[in-house]
Ligand binder design. Structure first.
Ligand code: GLA
Length: 391
């Protein structure tokens, strides 16, 4: 499947007439700064060149039709603008529908429906943000088809997050939708989630590649466990606020955390808070190191990030730990860690150019031996954010 075939399929299913438009929204990979985005901390993601393609056209009536080429069953869902409610049976279509709902909540009420067909090449449940990609894609489509010209890309990211929080029930932070909306070729985004200030940092590494390894363990439990982590952080913050004047965990540095940590009554919540504080500091230090071309320090901080996510935040799993440990054992690997929400999904590694083949061979073989699973590898190409693609 490619974008021409998607357009053809759209014409076959919905007719070739009228103003048919094409769009794309990428997936993302986060280099460092995990589970900091709902704690007022920093993140450092970049947009990928894989993502979700969409073809859409306005309708004259009040119907909306969503069609996914990726699925064999449940590929088409039809709703009316008069009933934008979540229905379990809609499956994947709750993501684009949630964005239509969120637009309405923000005063952008559609007067006409539309047809939208998608095809994506982000492996689902891999922690590379297939859902944020679909949300921001829908936002770009609605803005363009219905001329909501006052909405910025940042607004579309925020609307996507709002829909995921309020409509789809995952209390995610802003990182994924932000990265998908604001991505820039060859750059990672150093975002302060406290006030959404950010800068682009060039991450074209002359001597190394960024490699994603998919454990193929789906993080299907992510929503429940994810929301649990979020509330554990909230409980830790509440305890800390009795003894120190902070708004978010990201307001503390490690010294501050050591000074006040005993105020956190629950031991597990204390560990979650420790990760949130330390990971934020690591992210700031990693970006500073990158600016000094000190990629070795960057890699070391990625490794520490993994250990903290494994032991304190407890969002890794056996298979992903195996991938990371295998990666660490390959000479020429600068750093390796779990990426994204966790509980399965992918690792991200920085690997010296001349070690990439060895990395793929050794990690692939070792992983297969220990788990029976065939890992998948993607050499990262950092791409642009979501956009219309046919003009
Ligand atoms: C998921 C969420 C993000 C972020 C990451 C963990 O991808 O959608 O907001 O919290 O997990 O860093």
């Amino acid at each position: 499947m490619d974008k021409n075939e998607l357009r053809k399929k759209f014409s076959d299913v919905y007719g070739a007439d009228g103003d048919i438009r094409e769009y794309f929204a990428p997936g993302r990979v986060n280099l460092i700064g995990e589970h900091t985005d709902y704690n007022g901390g920093h993140v450092f993601p970049c947009a990928l060149t894989i993502g979700t393609y969409g073809v859409a056209r306005k309708r004259e009536d009040d119907r909306i039709r969503f069609y996914s080429i990726n699925l064999e069953r449940g590929q088409e869902v039809e709703v009316s603008l008069k009933d934008l409610s979540y229905q379990k049976s809609y499956g994947w279509a709750n993501y684009p529908l949630g964005v239509v709902w969120a637009f309405a909540q923000k005063g952008k009420v559609l007067q006409q429906g539309f047809d939208m067909m998608i095809w994506g090449n982000i492996p689902n449940g891999s922690g590379l943000s297939s859902s944020a990609s679909l949300e921001v894609l829908t936002g770009v489509i609605l803005k363009d088809l219905f001329s909501f010209d006052d909405l910025s890309m940042l607004d579309l990211a925020l609307i996507g997050q709002f829909s995921e929080n309020q409509f789809n029930g995952c209390n995610c932070g802003i990182m994924d939708q932000f990265a998908v909306a604001m991505g820039k070729k060859d750059c990672a985004m150093f975002l302060d989630t406290k006030d959404l200030s950010f800068e682009y940092a060039n991450i074209k590494l002359p001597d190394a590649k960024i490699v994603i390894t998919n454990s193929k363990v789906k993080h299907s439990l992510v929503d429940g466990k994810y929301n649990e982590r979020r509330s554990e952080c909230a409980r830790a913050l509440e305890d800390l606020q009795k003894v120190v004047d902070i708004k978010e965990l990201g307001d503390l540095d490690m010294d501050g955390f050591e000074r006040y940590k005993d105020a956190i009554r629950d031991e597990e919540c204390r560990k979650r808070a420790k990760h949130a504080v330390a990971e934020n500091q690591r992210t700031i230090a990693a970006v500073a190191a990158l600016k000094e071309n000190d990629i070795a320090t960057f890699g070391e901080l990625m490794n520490l990030s993994h250990i903290s996510l494994r032991d304190d935040y407890k969002v890794s799993c056996r298979e992903v730990d195996i991938l990371v440990e295998l990666a660490w054992s390959v000479e020429g690997v600068i750093g390796s860690r779990i990426t994204g929400g966790g509980f399965g999904g992918c690792t991200v590694s920085i690997v010296k150019n001349d070690a990439v083949d060895l990395f793929v061979e050794r990690v692939g073989k070792g992983y297969k031996e220990q788990t029976g699973i065939e890992a998948e590898f993607y050499i990262v190409d950092i791409g642009e954010g979501a956009r219309r693609t046919d003009c």
